[in-house]
Design a protein around this ligand. Structure first.
Ligand code: HEM
Length: 268
């Protein structure tokens, strides 16, 4: 009874003028309407209008790409919450870490959630890359998406690296000193990269500010941009790759579902 009431309220909402002004095509009963609902939504249109049912199974992708995305979203949420407590200035940054541990309610949990999600994202991105390689999904026409993936992996590693300095403790300070010194070993432009990264020749307040801006603004925006391109590319490449060596399909229904892989072309 309660469920029926809620369903009718939802139907009323979806029939309202406000709703229709935002979501133009509604849910619809036909394939055409359903695909239009995806294509005309700014958030959904980067996703495919149709997917092969078996590509939704766990063993098709081990959900590694989706889990990588999940950890990224968790990092964005916990990162924003951490920004309410953290100041990127030299004496204050370390004091803020102490406050998070001893003063802020659930502060230690928040910091650890951010830290462990970062470790998990790096591991999952690597595992996802190995899955794509193992299944041969990097081959044409998906080679461009592989390159986008490599950029995403680099952005993920840079996010981890820039976050490392922010606590401004001994571990962070010396890890960044060693790491940034490695960059000066690059032939010809090494010293310029080192200077650009730190905003000087030493790891000091300038470096902390640069790493903070990179970590909280530039790299997350780059990640969002490339993740959007990555998903849009999956759609343009005809959905997820189906392994050639898969066992024969069991039923005619499954076979028909597999043949029905073309994107629905909607006349605007
Ligand atoms: C922030 C990091 C990344 C995120 C959030 C992400 C997300 C995803 C998702 C959700 C999918 C579809 C489902 C799946 O395969 O699990 C996918 C597919 C794909 N990803 Fe990634 N990915 C990332 C990094 C990478 C990396 C490092 C590579 C390779 C260097 C890569 C290459 C690909 C390719 C080629 C596909 C298409 C696979 C197919 O057709 O079966 N991605 N990605």
């Amino acid at each position: 009874m309660q469920l029926q009431k809620q369903a009718s309220r939802l139907d009323k909402l979806m029939a309202s003028r406000l709703w229709k002004s935002i979501f133009r095509s509604g849910r619809g009963a036909s394939t055409l309407h359903r695909s239009m609902a995806i294509q005309q939504n700014v958030f959904l249109h980067i996703l495919p209008t149709k997917v092969r049912r078996r590509m939704l199974n766990f063993d098709a992708t081990w959900y590694l790409g989706t889990l990588t995305l999940g950890t990224f979203l968790l990092l964005v949420i916990t990162g924003i919450l951490l920004m309410f407590y953290y100041h990127p200035s030299v004496p204050q940054a370390y004091a803020d870490m102490k406050d998070l541990r001893y003063v802020v309610s659930s502060g230690l949990f928040l910091r650890n959630l951010h830290r462990w999600s970062a470790h998990a994202m790096v591991l999952l991105a690597f595992a996802h890359m190995f899955r794509v390689f193992y299944r041969g999904a990097y081959r044409p026409p998906r080679e461009f998406n592989w390159v986008v993936g490599v950029i995403l992996l680099l952005v993920t590693l840079l996010l981890s690296y820039t976050g490392y300095l922010l606590p401004w403790d001994q571990l962070a300070f010396w890890a960044i000193t060693v790491g940034s010194n490695i960059s000066s070993a690059v032939p010809v432009v090494g010293h310029k990269i080192h200077f650009l990264l730190l905003g000087g020749n030493l790891v000091n307040a300038n470096a902390l500010l640069r790493f903070y801006v990179l970590h909280t603004v530039i790299l997350p925006l780059a990640a969002v941009l490339f993740i959007a391109v990555h998903f849009w590319r999956i759609r343009k490449d005809g959905g997820l790759y189906v392994q050639q060596s898969e066992p024969a399909r069991e039923t005619a229904e499954e076979a028909r579902a597999d043949e029905n892989t073309q994107q629905v072309v909607v006349k605007q």
